[in-house]
Design a protein around this ligand. Structure first.
Ligand code: SF4
Length: 295
């Protein structure tokens, strides 16, 4: 019976996948393309990053469209989204906003919560660091989730629109959520290397965890990085630990490649020789290991 673990050659194959990956093609398709121009301004990068990661649901074309509509609301300056002087205009313009199940009234509440957080703590990096001092990386995500939900405010969460709190699950909640969107936001803020922004300077890249979306989970399972079929924070820790053994300094550099291998269609998620033939990780892929690597 085949073991559900990476092959001994997996690190070399993963490095080959990374080295050959067409980053420019996929960055243009990714929500990060909308926030990369703000890398020079940490405050605006945090604001745009929170909204963009919150909207990161569904296909990338729809996500980029939603981010574009939000930029239109702010007339091109995301700083206005948290500017009290813009509160009335923001409320009116966001009212008809929809992206999947996310509504404009929820984004309006997020804008207010985000503005209050930045005023109180100076930055979301400070919120994350305070939480991570108490509870490691998961504690940092939990602090962000609580701050954006308004858990620590008197009645803050109870004033939130219906469904709002569910947009910011924490790995420390009973559900042990993988918290994909906040984990993605932190990756964008922390990593300096392309394509991320690197505006947070006090969180080591080696501490990052993988944003576990459906594409990353599918390939992680099929490369033997986890045997768990259901996404959870335990899977995040398991996959991140394996990547950390391959690159202790910057383990989550592989996230973009694993994710976009699925999004782009480079990986058909089935055994298809014409596509899988040149795939660097084919010797590691369960679809081929199960039935041999016949070419
Ligand atoms: S071998 Fe094929 S199915 Fe497996 S990861 Fe590579 S492209 Fe995807």
């Amino acid at each position: 019976m085949r073991s559900h673990r990476p092959t001994p050659e997996f690190p070399r194959h993963l490095e080959a996948l990374y080295a050959r990956f067409p980053f420019e093609r996929s960055v243009a398709d990714d929500p990060i393309s909308a926030i990369r121009p703000l890398a020079w301004d940490a405050r605006r990068a945090e604001i745009a990053g929170v909204f963009a990661s919150t909207l990161a649901i569904g296909n990338t074309t729809a996500i980029r469209g939603a981010i574009g509509r939000l930029a239109d609301v702010a007339e091109g300056d995301v700083g206005r989204l948290v500017d009290p002087a813009w509160a009335e205009r923001r409320r009116a313009r966001l009212a008809p906003f929809r992206h999947r199940w996310i509504r404009g009234d929820q984004l309006e509440f997020l804008a207010r919560r985000l503005g209050a957080c930045l005023e109180e703590h100076g930055s979301l990096e400070a919120v994350f660091l305070a939480g991570s001092e108490r509870g490691g990386f998961a504690g940092g995500l939990d602090a962000l989730a609580r701050a954006l939900r308004g858990d620590d405010r008197n009645g803050g969460r109870s004033r939130a629109p219906a469904g709002y709190a569910a947009l910011f699950p924490s790995p420390l909640d009973r559900s042990r959520s993988p918290s994909k969107r906040l984990t993605l936001f932190v990756r964008w803020m922390v990593r300096e290397r392309y394509p991320d922004l690197g505006v947070w300077r006090r969180v080591p890249t080696g501490e990052l965890r993988i944003p576990l979306d459906q594409h990353v989970h599918w390939i992680a399972y099929h490369l033997g990085l986890t045997a768990r079929r259901t996404r959870s924070w335990s899977v995040v820790e398991e996959v991140s630990e394996t990547l950390r053994r391959i690159d202790p300094i910057d383990p989550i550099r592989f996230d973009f490649v694993l994710c976009h291998t699925g999004i782009s269609g480079d990986c058909p998620k089935e055994r298809e020789l014409s596509v899988c033939g040149p795939c660097s990780v084919r010797p590691d892929c369960l679809l081929w290991r199960r039935r041999g690597t016949a070419s």
